[in-house]
Design a protein around this ligand. Structure first.
Ligand SMILES: *Cc1c(COP(=O)(O)O)cnc(C)c1O
Length: 394
């Protein structure tokens, strides 16, 4: 569809999938094959994904939340265990700890990049802490050398919720190989989609074996393995879930992976155009980027300088939506959600940096098929709206 007609009928979204004819063909081929699920495409997707991120093992599951749950199970999180989670993330990062009966302990973020604050991580460690679940918020890697040091000193597992960051690097090392367990989502707004889908990567074969059982009811062999062995017998050795992904989804994932490097590059080019366009706009600031990180740009987040404008973020949000720009807010800090407040007594004041940032952030459109015209439209609208609401110096 030409972009002009797209714009007249709908918002420019903050994120969207891109599907090629090859993707459609790959899915159709599987639909005509013998295996719709638990077939050969699952291990093929896992092998290719592991190779792409430079990890020994990859385990595919039905969504990113299941990936987080499996990661918590994989490293043995259970009742009484605490896992440190940044407040600025999607609720699933913390919820996965609860699924295992553990306790998420919220820590604050850095004001410049909204990534996990290392000194607050250290402050939140107790004798019950078992793991740190860092989040590569927006697609910018956390400081894994520093996190690794903290994890080693306190004997903690390091989990990377890398749902934003596939295709990114940290000091030349690929996201997916930076923590003990690394989780990904293949939801349509993410870089690579399977409709719904997720993956965990690890260099630890014991973790991988545990997670493969976990995604299949806690049963030690899958349907195809039994077919091949000509056997009906199986052992259920632990309480697992049906977190399997289908073969046609994995075929889509394999096909999408071909375009992943190009799509990350395009996102970086969009970000560069935004960066240049917003330099000198005093009413806002993009998040800071480290020089030793290659940013995967799931999101492009700006922070409004509310003290330099006459309106609040909600008004800027509405103005941009009126211009057909589907801005969004990522995220309401998890500890401010009613569930956590009511059940765990969390609330305002616990993570002041994340709470203050939450009042100011906006996610601008960022996806692989954005055109120059789309970018110009966003830039022009943001600049006009900032000018309209700027606080005149008295
Ligand atoms: C998308 C996302 C998830 C959850 O993934 P689903 O596939 O939607 O279950 C978890 N954490 C973060 C940071 C995400 O962005």
């Amino acid at each position: 569809m030409p972009v002009s007609s797209l714009r007249s009928t709908r918002m420019l979204p903050y994120g969207r999938q891109s599907i090629s004819e090859e993707d459609i063909q790959a899915v159709a081929d599987v639909l005509r094959s013998d295996w719709l699920t638990t077939g050969p495409k699952v291990p093929e997707f896992e092998r290719r994904f592991a190779a792409f991120v430079g990890a020994a093992e990859a385990v595919a599951v039905c969504n990113g939340t299941a990936a987080l749950h499996a990661a918590m199970y994989g490293c043995g999180i259970g009742p009484g265990d605490e896992v440190i989670v940044p407040a600025m993330t999607f609720a699933a990062t913390a919820n996965a700890v609860l699924y295992q009966g553990g306790t998420p302990v919220f820590c604050d973020v850095n004001p410049e990049n909204l990534l996990i604050d290392l000194s607050d991580v250290e402050a939140k460690i107790t004798p019950r802490t078992r793991a740190i679940a860092a989040v590569d918020y927006t697609g910018h890697s956390c400081d894994y050398d520093a996190l690794r040091r903290i994890a080693e000193v306190h004997q903690l597992y390091l989990i990377d919720d890398a749902c934003h960051a596939i295709g990114g690097t940290y000091k030349g090392r690929k996201v997916g190989s930076l923590a003990d367990l690394n989780t990904f989502s293949f939801h349509p707004v993410k870089h690579l989609t399977t409709g719904e889908g997720g993956m965990i990567t690890t260099d630890n074969p014991a973790f991988a074996a545990r997670m493969r059982n976990f995604r299949n009811h806690g049963i030690t062999t899958d349907h195809r393995q039994r077919e091949q062995a000509g056997s009906w017998a199986y052992d259920m050795v632990d309480l697992g879930y049906n977190y399997r992904i289908t073969d046609f989804q994995c075929a889509l994932g394999i096909s999408q992976m071909e375009r992943l490097p190009r799509s990350v590059l395009h996102r970086q080019q969009v970000a560069k155009r935004y960066d240049e366009a917003f330099t000198g706009v005093e009413q806002l600031a993009p998040l800071k980027r480290a020089h030793d990180v290659s940013h995967a740009y799931h999101l492009y987040v700006i922070q409004l300088h509310l003290e330099r404008i006459t309106v609040d973020r909600a008004k800027v949000f509405r103005d941009l939506r009126e211009e057909g720009i589907g801005v969004n807010v990522h995220y309401r800090p998890v500890h401010l959600h009613p569930y956590y407040r009511d059940r765990f007594g969390t609330g305002p004041g616990m993570c002041p940096v994340a709470e203050k940032a939450y009042e100011r952030i906006l996610s601008l459109p960022m996806f692989a098929s954005m055109t120059d015209e789309d970018i110009d439209h966003v830039v022009r609208s943001v600049r006009n709206i900032m000018r309209r609401h700027r606080l005149e110096p008295r």
